[in-house]
Unconditional design. Structure first.
Length: 620
């Protein structure tokens, strides 16, 4: 039986609890520091609360400590890891190999589970095998991999968990290998400070300085959506399905997690003998999840089935939202919409004007399909497509309780020699041991004068405010005792405490030991040039067997006279524009190399590595 894990993002405690309530099997969240989203840190106390809440459902909590570290931060990192372990974190997402050294040297961290973050650039079976041998129990694969490539990695390294991204924003560069933000603004993506250079506007110019394209978002990609392809990813060997979005709010988390949870449940219902969920409980939703209604830049399945056009979002890096119809007729202060969508006062709409620029506005009043904006958009024209990127009705709905997650349990009441016992069996997944705790109380046996079953069931079923719901009460044969309601309530209370304690104890795993001999280190994949190892401290340097840290300081040119490689991209602009001869495109009329140019004059040289089907972006 293969357990399937839906992994949800949380920018804070509220979002983490929302993810649990809406069907996540695991949640990843940033600690107070050293996470790859510097803008969203959480206290150890909040992480402790989230762990306590999640563990009742068998939901695991992963904490991101996946930036590269400097020497002066190593001691603080060691203390942070100890605090996170004490708080109940189930695993740590890691980029810097110094953390392996810290775990190996600190007795209190020996049992901590590490996952290799996508920031460690995990594209090949060779890299995944090496990470497994170094002590990682799971590897987060590069977003760019196809389903065939994932399957090949799983075939070659079947004994490591594979985590894949299934939804959310896409980086144009392989994660961990983007230095554009640091180069331009001194904000390192490997330090959690990405300035999203890939979402900026660029000109495309040729070797002669001719402008081919003017001010478009040429490196901005659509958002990932694999909701229709989960079964393919499962068959390929992926077992954890990750939703991007640690900067997103609870509305996004609720909607997207619920949508993917329902799809996983549907797959399991078709193959109950093959798959199960990695956590316990089922959700009762008060809304219908809809992936079109929350933040997205248009959707793509990226390279899941190989290279394809139309994966970029050159018009805008902002959320477009759901399509709601076309503009029909304009008046001085209003217009009407051809379509079936319903509108509400306060909705936010947007459209692409004649210059392909995104414009947005707010609806002041909606009367059916006639809309009265706060101010009529000057560039709105009949026939233009309209999108809703702020749905007031959805926001109102999602601000309330929208899901309840419950674990069904069967209770068994029996007489003992000196009183009564109450036990329960939870309907758990195959990967979580079912627990049957028993609580007992001393009490007098009084024969009942009339049937007691209805009252017993009523009292024991009062599980509101707990993670459990009563799916049945079993009484031993011949049970005919009178039991005061107060005693039944106390037995129920004690049983719930036992169930929750057992749930917490079921969460522990033993990590693979770290290898430390020189031959293992020497077998590290060697396709990267030195600074791409992202070494920035003495422990990482020692791990790789180098004398000095080689953090990318962005001297231009580098010591060997070459230009800094700022991005490595599977996305290819030449292919996207229809000029890849290798894949049947038109022969380019321009002279290469091509350059991207920002409005401030910064230029970046493009290299099209057709042998490896990769586009490289260099500082100029």
């Amino acid at each position: 039986m293969t357990s399937l894990e839906l992994l949800a993002p949380a920018k804070n405690l509220e979002c983490g609890m929302a993810a649990v309530n809406h069907g996540a099997d695991a949640v990843y969240i940033g600690a107070s520091q050293f996470g790859a989203r510097a803008a969203v840190g959480n206290s150890t106390d909040d992480i402790r609360q989230l762990c306590q809440y999640a563990h009742c459902y068998g939901v695991r909590i992963y904490v991101t400590v996946n930036t590269i570290l400097y020497d002066h931060e190593l001691e603080a990192t060691r203390r942070l890891l100890l605090d996170l372990q004490d708080a109940g974190a189930d695993a740590i997402l890691v980029q810097d190999m110094a953390l392996l050294k810290l775990r190996n040297e600190e007795p209190g961290l020996r049992n901590m589970e590490f996952h290799a973050s996508t920031q460690t650039d995990n594209r090949t079976a060779e890299k995944v095998r090496w990470l497994r041998d170094m002590g990682f129990s799971r590897v987060v694969l590069a977003r760019e991999l196809s389903v065939e490539e994932i399957a090949a990695i799983h075939r070659e390294v079947p004994d490591v968990e594979l985590e894949v991204f299934v939804h959310g924003a896409l980086c144009v560069s392989y994660s961990g290998q983007c230095y554009a933000s640091q180069y331009l603004l001194g904000r390192s993506a490997n330090r959690g400070q990405c300035a999203q250079v890939c979402r900026m506007k660029f000109d495309l110019i040729d070797a002669e300085g001719k402008e081919l394209i003017h001010q478009r978002h040429l490196l901005s990609l659509k958002d990932l959506n694999q909701s229709s392809h989960l079964e393919e990813l499962i068959a390929a060997g992926a077992t954890s399905f990750k939703i991007e979005g640690r900067l997103k709010d609870s509305t996004y988390v609720k909607n997207v997690v619920a949508a993917y949870s329902q799809r996983l449940d549907a797959i399991i219902s078709r193959h109950p003998d093959r798959y199960c969920r990695a956590s316990k409980g089922h959700c009762h939703y008060s809304f219908s999840p809809n992936l079109q209604k929350t933040f997205h830049r248009g959707y793509t399945n990226y390279f899941l089935h190989g290279r394809q056009q139309g994966i970029s979002s050159p018009d805008t890096p902002k959320a477009i939202g759901e399509y709601v119809g076309t503009v029909k007729e304009l008046r001085r202060d209003s217009f009407n919409v051809a379509g079936t969508a319903a509108f509400a006062n306060g909705d936010g709409l947007c459209f692409l004007n004649a210059q392909r620029e995104l414009e947005g506005f707010r609806i002041n009043r909606a009367e059916g399909n006639r809309l009265y904006p706060q101010q009529m958009p000057p560039h709105l024209r009949p026939g233009m497509a309209l999108y809703r990127n702020h749905d007031m009705e959805l926001e109102r709905l999602m601000s309330r309780t929208t899901s309840e997650r419950k674990i069904p349990i069967t209770m068994r009441l029996a007489a003992t020699s000196d009183g009564f016992s109450l036990s329960a069996v939870s309907v758990a997944s195959e990967t979580i041991t079912s627990v049957a705790p028993t609580v007992s109380m001393v009490a007098e046996h009084q024969q009942a004068e009339k049937p007691q079953r209805d009252n017993i069931v009523r009292q024991l079923s009062k599980l509101g405010g707990t993670p459990y719901e009563c799916s049945g009460v079993e009484l031993e044969d011949g049970f005919n005792y009178f039991i005061p309601s107060s005693l039944l309530s106390e037995l129920r209370r004690q049983l719930v405490e036992q169930l929750m304690a057992c749930s917490a104890s079921e969460m522990k795993k033993t990590p693979k030991p770290m290898k430390t001999n020189e031959s293992d280190r020497d077998n590290e994949p060697s396709y990267s040039i030195p600074y791409l190892y992202n070494i920035s401290n003495r422990l990482a340097a020692d791990f790789y067997g180098v004398k000095q840290p080689s953090a990318f300081e962005l001297a231009s040119p580098l010591s060997d006279g070459s230009l800094p490689l700022l991005m490595q991209c599977r996305y290819c602009l030449r292919y996207e524009l229809g000029y890849c001869v290798k894949h049947g495109g038109k022969r380019p009329e321009w002279r290469e190399p091509l350059y991207l140019r920002l409005s401030d004059g910064h230029r970046f040289r493009l290299e099209f590595d057709c042998k490896h089907c990769q586009m490289n972006v260099y500082a100029e």
